[in-house]
Design a protein around this ligand. Structure first.
Ligand code: PLP
Length: 441
């Protein structure tokens, strides 16, 4: 399989740098002199660039696109709603959509909608702070919760004695960010380590009102919680009057209709959803939680606002997505199966050229690492491995494979056997190219 050529795509991507800083819409897709490729057509799991090259889309818009490209049923439902009513504040869909979410998600007794994962996390923190009356939150190394000053990066809390973290620059970009906000608001500790949490709470539980985590740590490398860890966290939250927030922005609706919590059997107080909840074409997020907590919005004790919150087309997208998932009972098993096959092909192809490789994670999302054993610690995803993984994602697109920038790959409802074949036919070449790069050997 020869390398693809992208003259028109690259030219278009370069030209747009005149207008779009870095040529991209967000920094995680910035590639310096290189350019990411623009697409103008999609169908199923495939997208076509401006040179009409076909690519397998395992990026799926950072995991949001669970319905696949041009899913006819999804599109038809959106078009129906476009022709029905658009910009009103309240429509005929709220009750149906909320009922579905509440039916599937263990922690959901009430729902508030928003647009992005970032704002939903921020609102969940505000809500939890109001509920517990305690100002600070615990967050975990390797977990990501969006584009906001108070949750990105920072220096871990000392494991010797819990002291407030210092604000320190890292790869997330520091200029322009609110000073001292990280240290004022949160503690940053290792995840999957109950001792670290217990110790911190022993000293600081009077200030800590919130524990915020990805229940399955996709951003830290696709790591599942250690047996008993989440149960113990739940216990500590109850003991110290702390609200447990699960950030299910990636895992929500992607690993199961009830999110990771329905698989893991631990119920948080508040959950945040975004990405796949809206199917992938439209931005939608939600904060869900216990009635007792969500009711704080009722009497304006806690503010939650946003012009487009609950916009009709977004609600239609959530409804369409949930219905598609509900009406296809074996879909999660099928998506997991395709992804497992793709992951195994990747591992095998790497092995053939002497590169260690693992693919780890959960149904619907896998993460690969050029390591000989799966990662077990989110803070253990070191920069060298990360850079190697990023290199693979970049070289793969020369052969028409689109991974998510940091080595993730996602499935969608329209995936089929031909996608596995497409991947197998190309991944060997990618790995051969990687093996040629000296640093890899
Ligand atoms: N939380 C998690 C776990 C995420 O992975 C992301 C984005 O990748 C966010 C929050 C932020 O969501 P958004 O990009 O929609 O603001």
């Amino acid at each position: 399989m020869p390398k693809l050529k992208f003259p028109q795509s690259q030219q278009a991507a370069s030209q747009v740098k005149k207008y779009l800083p870095g040529g991209v819409h967000y920094n995680f897709r910035y590639e310096g002199k290189d350019t990411i490729i623009p697409f103008n057509r999609g169908k199923g799991s495939r997208v076509w660039d401006l040179d009409n090259n076909e690519h397998l889309d395992l990026f799926c818009k950072f995991g949001a696109l669970i319905v696949g490209h041009q899913n006819e049923e999804y599109n038809a439902k959106l078009i129906y709603y476009i022709n029905k009513v658009l910009s009103v504040d309240q429509c005929d869909l709220e009750e149906r959509v909320c009922e579905k979410i509440i039916h599937h998600v263990p922690s959901a007794e009430m729902v508030r909608f928003g647009l992005s994962g970032t704002e939903a996390v921020q609102n969940a923190i505000r809500l939890a702070r109001a509920y517990t009356g305690k100002p600070k939150f615990v967050r975990f190394q390797g977990h990501y919760h969006g584009n906001a000053d108070n949750i990105m990066g920072g220096k871990p809390t000392s494991s010797e004695y819990p002291v407030p973290i210092e604000y320190e620059g890292d790869y997330m970009g520091t200029d322009g960010r609110a000073p001292n906000i990280l240290e004022e608001q949160s503690f940053l500790i290792p995840w999957n380590n109950i001792d670290a949490l217990e110790k911190l709470l022993l000293y600081r539980s009077d200030e800590i009102g919130i524990i915020l985590m990805e229940p399955i740590c996709i951003n830290g490398g696709g790591i599942v919680p250690a047996p008993g860890y989440l149960e113990k966290v739940r216990e500590l939250c109850d003991q110290y009057h702390i609200a447990l927030i699960f950030d299910e922005v990636i895992t929500g609706f992607r690993v199961a209709l009830g999110g990771a919590q329905s698989l893991l059997g631990v119920t948080p107080d508040i959950t945040v959803f975004a990405k796949a909840m809206g199917g992938g074409a439209l931005p939608m997020s939600a904060i869900v939680g216990k009635k007792e907590i969500m009711q704080l919005y009722t009497d304006n004790k806690v503010i939650h606002a946003g012009t487009f919150n609950g916009y009709p087309l977004g609600l239609a997208a959530v409804l369409a997505t949930i219905e598609l998932l509900e009406n296809d009972p074996s879909c999660y098993e099928r998506m997991a199966n395709y992804l497992t096959q793709i992951g195994q092909s990747l591992v095998d192809a790497a092995k053939n050229v002497g590169i260690p490789m693992v693919a780890q994670g959960v149904p619907g999302v896998l993460v690969f690492h050029s390591e000989s054993a799966p990662l077990t610690k989110a803070e253990g995803y070191n920069e060298t491995t990360k850079l190697r993984d990023i290199l693979i994602t970049r070289l793969a697109r020369n052969y028409g494979i689109q991974f998510s920038p940091v080595s993730r790959f996602f499935s969608n409802l329209l995936m089929d056997d031909s996608d596995v074949t497409f991947f197998r036919e190309r991944i060997g070449e990618v790995m051969t190219d990687i093996a040629r790069i000296n640093e890899f050997l």
